[in-house]
Ligand binder design. Sequence first.
Ligand code: C2E
Ligand code: CA
Ligand code: CA
Ligand code: CA
Length: 279
Amino acid sequence: NTLTAIAELVFIVVIMHADLSVRRMMDIEMRKAIANGHFMLHYQPQIDEAGNVVGAEALIRWRHAKMGEIPPVKFIPLAEETGLIVPIGNWIMRAACAQLAQWDARPETRRLSMAVNISASQFRQPDFVQNMYDIVRVSGVNPSKLKLELTESMFVDDVGATVAKMSALKNMGLAWSLDDFGTGYSSLSVLNSFPLSQIKIDKSFVQGMLNNAANMAVTEAIIELAEKLNLQVVAEGVETVEQLNRLRQAGCRIYQGYLFSPPLGIDAFHEFLSSEASR
Ligand code: C2E
Ligand code: CA
Ligand code: CA
Ligand code: CA
């Protein structure tokens, strides 16, 4: 018994070490990716009721020379822990603003807005507001075309400090969007405690809606509440026409999901825009 216990302990220590070295390796690889430009942004169209593209959400992609494409869920959480999310997050914002500036320069794309994901630990940095402010200023983009997506995990922090940071950037013209709405544990009061302009209904609700009456009721209630609070609602993860129709009936006017398009590289995104224009 003692022997088994010792064997188990040794096993756990070995696993922990293996895990540590994988993490250390990933950290080194991420630093190289920043230096060598192996990160890129993909853009997922956001569509309005009339079927027009109104904007895009920027989603990071990592093209690793040997490991192939590494999805964000595999490295963003680690980057948050190690602090690498700060240089990566600044790169994302610069790249998104550079793209937005190009869209702004052409009449056909001038209407497009850009949504950028901000991770909790990035937001918590004391110089977050200054960093974002400087990047937007240097890029020359119209801040009112920018939406920053946050998750409810940020709302457990000091409310006053969080509101102050959000307000500082909102005063510059940027809008805040609450991502993955409905998946966190915060109360509905977050919706009027923070200077939000938009909420995104999490894809688990959108996808559960049709075969789960409770899910449908929650989704409808969210949309109704958002309307009363003057918040724009975006449904994410829309995959079927049935989902789209129910969302439309419930009063949701902006949609994102595979039904329209997956996130696309910039050339494919522009192709999507022009095919849409010719329809
Ligand atoms: P998210 O912000 O909730 O992004 C939406 C995710 O849903 C994206 O996955 C997108 O490709 C996927 N998606 C879009 N439409 C559909 C659909 O119809 N069905 C399904 N099943 N999925 C759909 P992705 O790009 O792998 O990103 C995953 C998560 O990684 C994001 O969730 C976000 O939390 C994080 N992430 C991605 N890019 C960034 C970034 O630039 N910065 C930060 N901080 N986090 C990012
Ligand atoms: Ca998002
Ligand atoms: Ca989301
Ligand atoms: Ca998510």
